[in-house]
Design a binder for this molecule. Structure first.
Ligand code: BGP
Length: 475
């Protein structure tokens, strides 16, 4: 389990160690305290649908892990591990229940005040995602989500409201979770109600343009309202390797990598890249820009954050194009890698690779805001009589990935921090199950709705605590 490659483990002083969750996968209280329904509340089968007319009992996210009522206990456990940072999201529909009203819901605002205060009293900095896969459902149904330009104004009002409210408490912000995932999951990521198979490329890329302008506008607002804050974009990264050295495969990779880079290029360089203009020309897409859009995009982010779980291969050879599983995006499986129980291929070196690629390209600080292993855990009684999970597989995964982060530090990459995904078990985004667990903390809750909601420290809890205490030297 140790650092078998003898990497120098020089994590920078002040490295932000922590964990990440999202409101919709943890909070529950989906229709309480003034919250409106969000796109997640009608998606009982996860990110890829299908969706229902109204919330249904089998939607595990409606109760989540009851974080809304138990956050004090959970933050205390994060503090026990030594977290420096805790990433969560604000549920937009808690603040603006329908999304298009003028006045925010005070109860929603108060909840996050209390949550951030709780973190800060332990010296844990909140890292807050403004939009993590949950558009107010009203904006989705009435406006077709981000296809409609009006969403920019609604999002700006929401962003401005929370920046003003939490300006003394939150110094790290993210605009949209995995913004590029709209390419695969237009309903969940972009609130687009039109079914994916009926959505034109024109409308999809117009929606993306609106999100990019809104993201840049949030950057501008954040800089004006909280001058000492830093705000970043968040990209689903899935490094793609050529299946063979055939140049056709290399070009196929170059094209498929656009899904990783297009959104980062706009956020970090402030304009549309040439390869996308070509793609628009060749596909008959004409982005409707209003005056001021191009200037707005020049408000570039302070840092680039991303999720990393898997790498994938690509080929130009149609006969070899069998589909491999990935984090929303798919590709061709890599014959050199093993996979998780959910078929996601495990590639620690891919994390070093993607850190170098992003840093070379953007020369901006990077923040790894999601990484981890989804696995089935078994709760047992440990030698000390306490209930626990012997999750050596998770420790191995995270240890191997963090060693590669240390390699990237040696490579000269500037890395702000690491928040592993689902630091406490939450409902999975893709499958909507609780069976797929990522946490250092086990939550006694199951897919049939049973369980006490009790929290238990897994073996990885103690491992991560030591990693943080030694600033990575214990890897
Ligand atoms: C990312 C999402 C998260 C999270 C994670 C793990 O795509 O930003 O919300 O859930 O993936 O994915 P899953 O829960 O599907 O295993």
């Amino acid at each position: 389990m140790s650092n078998s490659q003898n990497t120098t483990l020089n994590f920078p002083p002040g490295f932000l160690w922590g964990g990440a969750i999202a409101a919709n996968q943890a909070e529950g209280a989906f229709d309480q305290y003034g919250k409106g329904w969000s796109t997640q509340d009608v998606a009982p089968k996860g990110v890829m649908g299908p969706i229902t007319e109204a919330p249904t009992e089998d939607n595990m996210k409606l109760v989540g892990i009851d974080f809304y009522h138990r956050y004090k206990e959970d933050v205390k456990l994060f503090a026990e591990m030594g977290f420096k940072v805790f990433r969560t999201s604000i549920a937009w529909s808690r603040i603006f229940p329908k999304g298009d009203e003028q006045e925010p819901n005070e109860q929603g605002l108060q909840f996050y005040d209390d949550l951030f205060d709780e973190c800060l009293q332990y010296g844990i900095q909140p890292l807050v995602t403004l939009s993590h896969y949950e558009t107010p459902l009203h904006l989705s149904k009435e406006y077709d989500g981000w296809v409609n330009r009006k969403l920019i104004g609604f999002y700006e009002r929401y962003a401005e409201t929370v920046f003003r409210r939490y300006k003394d408490k939150v110094k790290y912000w993210l605009t949209f979770n995995e913004i590029n995932s709209i390419l695969e999951a237009p309903f969940m990521s972009g609130g687009i109600y039109t079914p994916k198979d009926q959505l034109s490329k024109q409308d999809l890329y117009q929606a993306i343009h609106h999100e990019l302008v809104a993201s840049a506008s949030a950057v501008k607002l954040c800089h004006e309202i909280i001058p000492d804050a830093q705000i970043g974009c968040m990209i689903l990264s899935m490094p793609t390797y050529p299946l063979t050295p055939n140049p056709d495969d290399v070009i196929a990779v170059m094209k498929s990598e656009h899904k990783n880079y297009f959104f980062g290029d706009v956020h970090a360089r402030g304009k549309y890249p040439g390869y996308m203009k070509r793609y628009f020309r060749e596909n008959g897409i004409e982005i409707q820009m209003e005056s001021g859009d191009e200037e707005m995009l020049l408000n570039t982010v302070d840092f680039i954050s991303f999720s990393y779980y898997v790498s994938i291969c690509e080929t130009a050879d149609e006969s070899k194009k069998q589909s491999g599983q990935g984090n929303l995006f798919s590709g061709v499986p890599n014959p050199h890698l093993e996979a998780s129980e959910w078929g996601w291929q495990i590639d620690p070196q891919g994390l070093r690779y993607v850190l170098n690629m992003f840093y070379d390209r953007y020369q901006k600080p990077l923040f790894i805001v999601e990484n981890g292993l989804g696995a089935v855990d078994e709760l047992i009684t440990g030698p000390d009589g306490e209930k626990t999970v012997e999750d050596d597989y998770r420790i191995q995964y995270l240890n191997d990935h963090l060693v590669q982060v240390a390699e990237a530090v040696e490579d000269g990459v500037e890395i702000m921090g690491f928040t592993s995904w689902g630091c406490i078990d939450v409902v999975s985004a893709s499958s909507a199950q609780l069976k797929k667990r990522y946490g250092y903390i086990y939550v006694d809750r199951h897919d049939d709705g049973s369980g006490t909601m009790e929290r238990y420290r897994k073996k990885s809890f103690h491992w991560y605590k030591e990693v943080i205490r030694t600033n990575g030297k214990s890897l």
